[in-house]
Write a protein that binds this ligand. Structure first.
Ligand code: NAD
Length: 351
């Protein structure tokens, strides 16, 4: 006998949350039982009207501000939370979902390895999840896969691992106004440096989480971690759907991180992100170089697109999270991620 449909609620219907709804609607065995977003323009609207897609379910799904009704009345198996980047901002939402006895996957970058920056909240979340017998996971394309889990997986064929260099060269063009602002696209170099000194440019969030995840996977600690950020100044005018940088201004952010693990190994990360990189002759890609035996030199060109990658990994991890033992998990605690191609119910363990 087939188990019931896998009941999903989505909290945050922006670029990621709405993309997850689209993906779920194309798969077999899922039901979207509720969507919550605080944006006034969404209130009471059907998600199918917003997405301009035919409703594949036997009921409508209207966006509501009140997640509590969805948790209590619709009893989802899992909530996809796509509202935040930082653990401290996502924490109350995660707690609320867990206290209703519901599993949760968060896109918050810091939740990919929350122990790196928020060890106390990490312990609290783990204890809460165990008490309510549910699982919490943070994931995404990066952190969550391209600059951490992929390197960890490939090390499985290595007898010895030495220094690592992990690079992701990506385009910011597909992203919206929030990302343009967070990355300083369109600012003059002077304004960028002013804002950077006031911590008003976030750049990439995730190097420290990726580094700690790799160290933990190897059974090591992080002895030293530092990161740097600098503006990418364009020589030519560049325009993307939500960004514009004129020649001489900022087209993106070049981020680097440097870490030493407790055995002396180095992990260096390189992550330049900019709008329209091709206009500066820059090709995008994901690169992992690991010294050791055997040496590894992986390249994926062009980059895995950040939006699709994040949407897919969150949806694809749903069965693993539902099947998991309770607690706060990271990508190194759960089975290998893989695309859901058949009926998702075939991937859920018997009760
Ligand atoms: P977005 O701005 O397009 O959407 C966020 C949505 O959440 C908005 O519709 C907003 O109204 C809603 N929201 C925010 N707070 C809410 C609340 N308290 N209650 C209800 N709704 C609320 O952002 P996005 O592109 O969808 O990304 C979501 C988050 O995921 C961002 O913080 C982003 O940085 C992160 N992210 C992580 C990765 C990764 O690789 N780990 C990749 C992409 C995005």
């Amino acid at each position: 006998m087939k188990r019931n449909l896998v009941r999903i609620a989505i909290w945050g219907f922006g670029a990621m949350g709405s993309g997850m709804a689209r993906m779920i609607m194309k798969k077999k065995g899922f039901d979207i039982v509720g969507v919550s977003d605080k944006y006034k323009g969404f209130e009471g609207k059907s998600i199918f009207e917003i997405l301009k897609l035919e409703n594949p379910f036997s009921h409508d799904v209207k966006i509501e501000n009140n997640i509590e009704r969805i948790l209590v009345e619709e009893k989802p198996d899992l909530v996809l939370l796509a509202t935040d980047s930082f653990t401290k901002n996502a924490y109350e939402k995660i707690k609320f979902v867990v206290e209703h006895g519901v599993n949760i996957i968060s896109t918050a970058e810091e939740m990919a390895f929350p122990a790196a920056k928020e060890p106390e909240l990490t312990q609290k979340m783990d204890a809460l999840a165990k008490k309510h017998k549910v699982t919490i996971l943070g994931t995404g394309v990066n952190p969550g896969m391209m600059m951490d889990l992929l390197a960890i997986c490939i090390s499985g064929v290595m007898e010895d691992v030495k220094d690592m260099e992990i690079a992701r060269v990506n385009s910011l063009s597909p992203f919206g106004p929030t990302v343009m602002e967070e990355q300083g696209v369109g600012l003059t170099a002077k304004d960028f440096l002013d804002k950077m000194s006031k911590n008003e440019i976030s750049g990439h969030v995730g190097f420290i989480e990726s580094t700690y995840m790799i160290a933990k996977a190897f059974g090591l600690n992080v002895d030293e971690f530092r990161q740097s950020m600098s503006p990418i100044i364009t020589d030519v005018d560049r325009k993307s759907p939500y960004g514009f940088a004129k020649a001489g201004d900022v087209a993106g952010v070049d981020m680097r991180s440097f870490a030493t693990l407790s055995n002396g190994n180095k992990i260096n990360m390189i992550h330049p992100q900019q709008i329209e990189p091709q206009l500066a002759g820059v090709s995008t890609g994901d690169y992992i170089k690991i010294q050791g035996n055997p040496p590894i030199n992986l390249a994926n060109v062009p980059e895995v697109e950040g939006g699709i990658g994040t949407i897919a990994i969150c949806v694809n991890m749903i069965p693993h999270v539902i099947n998991s033992k309770p607690g706060l998990k990271t990508m190194i605690d759960l089975p290998v991620p893989r695309a859901i191609m058949g009926d998702v119910r075939n991937l859920i363990d018997e009760e």
